[in-house]
Design a binder for this molecule. Structure first.
Ligand code: SF4
Length: 311
């Protein structure tokens, strides 16, 4: 890995990024609030879901669970139903679990200290700092995948589009160059990474910090990076990754009346019309994985197994 560029003119860097952000920032509803709960929900949703989808789903979720207290008191089944269309259902269950812990340990108010936030289940350095910065107005650095990519390219010579520095180096640099207005800087870097300094095809010609970027000359004519897929690395059944089967199973169970369960075989037929007895072991392994994550519940009824969303 090339040596990092020294931080010589960060004032100019800040000004250019801020000026660009004023004209080009994305209008996102979670930027119009400082409510810690709303910011928490939006950050959890954004972890693995596209911005456009979060924009559509966040208001609906907040309508169902307007406060952290309301979320803490909801059943997993209700939260999973409200999570429809978001994918990665574990996040819904973990979010409710987090709400319960905050209610129990902090009376329902998210703590304002980094250490206390990091002690909560499911909160890592990124989410903790996002809350500190965006909800509580603290001057803290932030590194997500977009920010890491921008900082890597600006301060190190990256000669291929898929390279970035390690998290620890990015956090260290982000702290070193943090301006006073951390909120705008962090949001601006995220937007720059999402819309200009993109993973596969950076738009160096129209980048506001091109003249300060260590990698521009190396990357501006680089071939678009190939999409990184998990094909071949994750378990699958009949060519479909197991995580897709998991999602389909949850989707099928969302359509079952609240608190009702269905037999495993019936669920199998809803997932694939040609489901047969010989596939029961495979389906059970899918369901056991979901049960382990607190997403579904099973119970034995005679020789049959019944399944439903977790209560
Ligand atoms: S000049 Fe290119 S590589 Fe450098 S920050 Fe801008 S878009 Fe990214």
């Amino acid at each position: 890995m090339a040596r990092r560029r020294s931080v010589r003119n960060s004032i100019l860097l800040h000004r250019r990024v801020r000026d660009w952000y004023e004209k080009h920032r994305r209008e996102l509803q979670w930027r119009t609030t400082t409510d810690p709960y709303e910011i928490l929900v939006s950050e959890v949703m954004l972890q693995q879901t596209q911005v456009s989808r979060v924009k559509a789903k966040l208001p609906l979720f907040l309508k169902s669970f307007p406060t952290l207290r309301a979320l803490a008191r909801a059943s997993n089944s209700d939260v999973l139903r409200a999570w429809t269309g978001m994918g990665y259902n574990n996040r819904a269950v973990r979010l409710r679990e987090l709400a319960r812990t905050v209610l129990e340990l902090h009376g329902g108010a998210l703590p304002r200290q980094s250490k206390a936030l990091l002690g909560l289940p499911g909160i890592g350095p990124y989410t903790a700092h996002a809350l500190l910065c965006f909800a509580f107005g603290k001057r803290v650095p932030l590194v997500d995948v977009n920010i890491r990519r921008v900082l890597s390219r600006v301060f190190w010579k990256m000669d291929d589009l898929s390279s970035s520095v390690a998290d620890a180096a990015a956090w260290e640099l982000a702290a070193e160059i943090l301006p006073r207005d951390a909120y705008v800087w962090n949001q601006a870097l995220m937007d720059l990474g999402a819309t200009v300094c993109t993973a596969r095809r950076p738009l160096c010609a129209s980048c506001p910090i091109r003249s300060q970027c260590a990698s521009a000359a190396l990357l501006e004519h680089a071939r678009p990076a190939r999409r990184i897929t998990r094909a071949g690395t994750e378990p699958s059944y009949q060519g479909v990754p197991q995580r897709i089967w998991r999602g389909r199973a949850v989707e099928a169970l969302r359509k079952v009346r609240a608190a009702s369960s269905i037999p495993l075989g019936e669920l199998g037929r809803r997932l694939k019309p040609d489901f047969h007895e010989g596939e029961a072991g495979w389906l059970l392994s899918v369901i056991e994985g979901l049960a382990k994550d607190g997403i579904v519940e099973t119970r034995s009824a005679g020789s049959a197994t019944r399944v439903r969303l977790a209560s």
